[in-house]
Design a protein around this ligand. Structure first.
Ligand code: 1QQ
Length: 400
């Protein structure tokens, strides 16, 4: 039996700090977005379930962006209105949220969903309906290829994840034996572990074991013991926040002392209440740094700090960037033809074409897209979690 299974004590409190209910839907049934006061932009994110540990950071980023761009005049003087639909943590929830946003809320585009696993279910619906989707955190292989209306602001695992291994080798150049864990019921985890395993082999390290689990698991004693028996000096985990945090904790409780790399699903301070002091030292690759010097990032960081008293995390920055891309692409469309005069299906089409053409100076740095909808981004980082001795407070320290 596990000694302890973290009951996610932080989640209820953390969630209560956020606005978790759905925004009012625009009521207009007009064919254009013109009779609506504001321009409706959809956000299909996980606001409930364990996946809200990740989704709540996205909601925060989207809201800061909404306020920021509306203060700057929105689109040709018209504000945008973010319409939130909670996807919860699974595919069915994402599909429902997408359908509501497309058919009922009549949004111009959608930011979401939170997980790649959900994107593979929901994105084809938007693609068929001709509604542009920007994935704020979908990192698995194959996301932009879902269709012509699908793009992402979240760099793929292939370019992000290997940086964490490089950082681990810098900290411990002698490390040799690597144990890999991944959640086999999750698309991102499966995609990320492939890259990690290949990177381990390319670095001529020994991949001593590959252990599988489910994102719903809470007891990892068997897999952790199997791995520890093989004396790894590096453990790499591709899973989500709750399961990943519990796995870290149980590895440490069973005596594992080597380095740990966490994948993108562990990339949130919401794992701190789960693994507490045992979170200390986890290495996680980052597609965002709060220190990025661009003016938009400085403003974003300041707004985030004011509200949450901490630096913005990657998921919030990516969500902000997704709103920014939509707003700036809408502005470009509006300059050609007033968007109030464009029927919604045509507006969605024009918006999709425009957003793929543009380049954007975001908190993530300068980004653009390939014609297929893959993000083009240049700056990546690695952070290490530092916990205080009591295990209550922690932070992500960016490595040089
Ligand atoms: C994906 C991910 C998640 C861990 C982001 C929340 O990277 O599902 O693609």
């Amino acid at each position: 039996m596990p000694k302890s299974i973290a009951p996610l004590p932080g989640l209820a409190i953390a969630l209560s700090l956020f606005f978790t209910s759905c925004a009012q839907s625009p009521t207009s049934t007009s064919e254009t977005a013109s009779s609506q006061a504001d321009i409706p932009l959809g956000a299909a994110l996980a606001q409930t379930s364990n996946v809200a540990l990740l989704g709540q950071e996205q909601v925060a980023g989207v809201k800061i962006a909404e306020q920021y761009f509306n203060t700057k005049g929105g689109v040709g003087g018209r504000p945008i209105q973010i319409v939130f639909q909670d996807t919860s943590g699974d595919e069915a929830g994402a599909i429902n949220a997408f359908q509501t946003l497309i058919n009922q809320d009549r949004v111009v585009g959608i930011i979401g969903p939170t997980l790649s696993q959900q994107a593979f279910g929901a994105n084809p619906i938007a693609d068929r309906a001709g509604v542009p989707v920007l994935g704020p955190s979908n990192t698995a292989k194959g996301i932009p290829q879902i269709g012509e209306f699908i793009a992402r602001v979240s760099a793929p695992i292939t370019v992000v994840a290997p940086n964490a291994l490089k950082a681990a080798l810098k900290i411990n150049p002698k490390l040799k034996r690597v144990a890999v864990f991944y959640a086999q019921n999750d698309a991102y985890s499966k995609s990320e572990t492939e890259i990690f395993q290949q990177t381990v082999k390319d670095a001529k390290l020994d991949l001593v074991t590959v252990q599988k689990f489910q994102t719903t698991d809470t007891d990892f004693q068997t897999q952790a013991t199997n791995a520890i028996n093989l004396k790894p000096d590096l453990v790499i985990i591709s899973g989500l926040a709750a399961d990943g945090g519990n796995l870290v904790r149980q590895l440490r409780e069973l005596g594992y002392q080597g380095l740990i790399i966490g994948g993108n699903g562990l990339n949130t301070s919401n794992i701190f209440p789960v693994c507490q002091a045992d979170c200390d030292g986890i290495l996680i690759a980052q597609a965002y740094s709060p220190d990025h010097p661009g003016a938009v990032n400085v403003a974003f960081r300041q707004a985030f700090q004011q509200q949450f008293k901490s630096d913005p995390p990657q998921f919030s920055a990516q969500a902000f960037a997704a709103v920014q891309v939509f707003v700036e692409a809408l502005q470009a469309v509006d300059q050609q033809t007033k968007i109030a005069q464009i029927p919604l299906p045509e507006l969605r089409q024009k918006l999709n074409a425009q957003l793929l053409k543009g380049s954007y100076d975001t908190p993530l740095g300068k980004i653009s897209f390939t014609p297929e909808g893959e993000i083009v981004q240049t700056s990546f980082y690695v952070a290490q979690i530092k916990m205080d001795a009591g295990g209550e407070k922690g932070k992500f320290v960016f490595l040089k």
